[in-house]
Structure formats: structure tokens, C-alpha cells
Design a binder for this molecule. Structure first.
Ligand code: SF4
Ligand code: SF4
Length: 136
């Protein structure tokens, strides 16, 4: 008999303000993601695509909203709980993130909270590509 052990996870999304939903301006969605959103909201595929996504070059990305905490974030982030409001219908890319046992943003958060001895400190992190990969 074989046993499968899940890799240990060293981050806790419930204790994070959702950096990943905010820092990345492009949450890319594919057709399956849009179909799932349409089913979740009981909309046509065209309507779901129009309401929740926008074109960015040759890709489609989720729309965003203003966020007093981190500047901007995904349209689907619940700004009060800092959790995903469409958790079971979220895109594949969100399901796969961060794709390893550690999350760098969570590590920075913990590092700074320990360093400052203050559980309320919030590092403001931005990604800046010196050589832009895509139009924003
Ligand atoms: S940044 Fe990391 S710890 Fe925070 S919500 Fe995203 S995956 Fe979870
Ligand atoms: S769909 Fe949910 S998990 Fe994905 S970026 Fe938006 S709020 Fe975050």
C-alpha cells in the first residue's frame, strides 16, 4: 500500500490581505474560466465575458476595482474579508497560485511583522517590469 502525503504549506491565506489578487494587474482567464463564471452567475458566456473581463492585447484578464488597502485589486476580492468572493468559480490561474510550498508575499508579511513586532504592519509591494512584457 502506498500513502500520498501532501507537501507542507508554509503560508496562510486567511492571514494575508490578498497580495496576489492585488499585485498582479493581469489575472489571465481562458474560455473555461469564462464558462465557469457564466455558470456561477447564471449569465450567458458573452455577458460574463463583458462584465467580468477585459481585453489586454491578445489575452483576456479579470477586471479590477479600487482598494484603499493596496491601491487596486481584483474585481472579485471581498474588500472586507479579503477573501475571494467567487472561490469555487475562480480561474485556474488563481487555483494554481503560488504553485509551491511557500508564498513569497506571505514570507515578507511575516518577516516584517516579526521585525517590527507589530501585527498590523503592511508592506506595500509593487511589481515593476523595467522591460514591460505586455501592455497594461
Ligand atoms: S499572497 Fe500568498 S498568502 Fe497571500 S493570499 Fe495570495 S497565496 Fe495566499
Ligand atoms: S478571482 Fe478570486 S482568487 Fe482570483 S484574483 Fe480574483 S479575488 Fe483573487
Amino acid at each position: 500500500m502506498t500513502t500520498t502525503t501532501k507537501p507542507r504549506i508554509h503560508y496562510d491565506c486567511t492571514k494575508c490581505p490578498a497580495f496576489c489578487c492585488s499585485i498582479y494587474e493581469r489575472v489571465v482567464v481562458n474560455q473555461r474560466d469564462i464558462n465557469r463564471l457564466a455558470r456561477h452567475f447564471e449569465l450567458t458566456i458573452e455577458e460574463a465575458e463583458r462584465r467580468f473581463t477585459k481585453r489586454n492585447g491578445d489575452e483576456r484578464i479579470l477586471r479590477r476595482q479600487k482598494d484603499t488597502l493596496l491601491g487596486q485589486t481584483c474585481k472579485f476580492l471581498n474588500l472586507e474579508t479579503r477573501g475571494c468572493s467567487i472561490y469555487h468559480a475562480r480561474p485556474q490561474i488563481c487555483r494554481e497560485y503560488p504553485g509551491r510550498s511557500r508564498c513569497g508575499y506571505y514570507d515578507i508579511l511575516q518577516f516584517e511583522r516579526e521585525t517590527q513586532e507589530d501585527d498590523t504592519v503592511l508592506p506595500l509591494i509593487q511589481l515593476r517590469f523595467l522591460k514591460p512584457k505586455r501592455e497594461a
